[in-house]
Design a protein around this ligand. Structure first.
Ligand SMILES: [Zn+2]
Ligand SMILES: [Zn+2]
Ligand SMILES: [Zn+2]
Length: 322
């Protein structure tokens, strides 16, 4: 007999006995005869038909576990994984724990999480509540953890989106202050020379130009300003926190705001620096993923990074076109 497939079986069979017989009977209880015969077939041939597997996967898993037959165990796990249903998932979960298969357990947990409303109505779940409250608790904790993880990921994704929008707005601010766009140009250029074609980020750029035109005209801006003015102030502050060439930068107030922020040892300055760091990392991550997408060369990626905070020379003001 090819008992070496199963070390446990090998032990049972070759254990010395008082009887001098080559015949040895190993009792296997609580499992249908056909399942046992499929198990024995597997021990001899390392094979098992799909039909047998589908019919006896539960019993074969128990046997494979008890008699340590890892190849068979793996096949049973695979078979059960593919055949999880609302009605059998609780039973399979209990079995997976008895048979020490974390992979199958996890799969069942995820299944229960997805279909919890339906699983809760099953006979298996009611049985579990009465007989295995610890497992019930485990499942509820698993669902709770997964839910809060999902919420956290969603929040992070939304934050990331916001930082990217801010980052794009800052790109547009620099571009408006150095090259000029359709209706706002840098202070030292003739507005008629400002570009008349919409730029690549025109949706954001146009909104920002409207804000800047408002900022230049709004009477309230000195005392904190209105909502629109505050947005422009915030962008200017954020730009100055990120800008690494304030002396030659054309964005209005860049150097003054940077000096002010360095003097501020208060919480406020730290808050801006933190926001600036978050925006910079969102920008770096999106540059990286875009670089990956377009298969850029490393030099190009580096160039993109340095471009993101590069500043160009000149005085600080806007010039509005008509
Ligand atoms: Zn533009
Ligand atoms: Zn205003
Ligand atoms: Zn600057």
């Amino acid at each position: 007999m090819k008992a070496s497939v199963s070390p446990v079986l090998e032990n049972v069979i070759y254990r010395p006995t008082k009887r001098r017989s080559s015949e040895k009977i190993v009792p296997i209880l609580g499992v249908p005869c056909d399942a046992v015969s499929a198990f024995v077939d597997f021990i001899y041939s390392s094979r098992c038909t799909e039909e047998e597997m589908e019919k006896y996967n539960v019993h074969l898993l128990a046997l494979a576990h008890v008699y340590s037959v890892p190849q068979l165990k793996q096949r049973c796990v695979e078979s059960l994984r593919q055949r999880l249903t609302i009605d059998n998932v609780v039973d399979v979960l209990q079995l997976s724990r008895l048979c020490n298969s974390p992979e199958l357990s996890l799969r069942c947990m995820k299944f229960v999480h997805r279909q919890f409303k339906a699983v809760e109505q099953t006979e298996g779940w009611r049985f579990l509540q009465h007989h295995d409250p610890w497992l019930e608790l485990d499942i509820l904790q698993f669902i709770d953890l997964s839910e809060s993880r999902k919420k956290r990921t969603k929040r992070q994704r939304e934050e990331q989106k916001l930082y990217l929008q801010l980052s794009e707005a800052m790109d547009c601010l620099e571009h408006i202050c150095t090259e000029g766009c359709t209706s706002v140009g840098p202070h030292d250029a003739d507005p008629t020379e400002a570009r008349k074609e919409p730029c690549g980020k025109f949706a954001t750029c146009q909104g920002l130009q409207t804000l800047i035109r408002h900022f230049a005209a709004c009477g309230k801006r000195v005392s904190g300003g209105c909502h629109g003015c505050r947005s422009v102030w915030q962008l200017l502050r954020l730009h100055s926190a990120v800008c690494d060439q304030p002396d030659s930068c054309k964005v209005p107030l860049c150097r003054q705001l940077k000096l002010r922020s360095q003097q501020e040892k208060r919480k406020d300055g730290a808050r801006w620096r933190l926001l600036a760091r978050k925006v910079a990392s969102a920008r770096a991550m999106s540059s990286l993923s875009q670089a990956k997408l377009r298969r850029r060369r490393p030099e190009e990626v580096l160039e993109m990074f340095s471009r993101s905070s590069r500043a160009r020379g000149g005085a600080r003001s806007f010039k509005l076109g008509k």
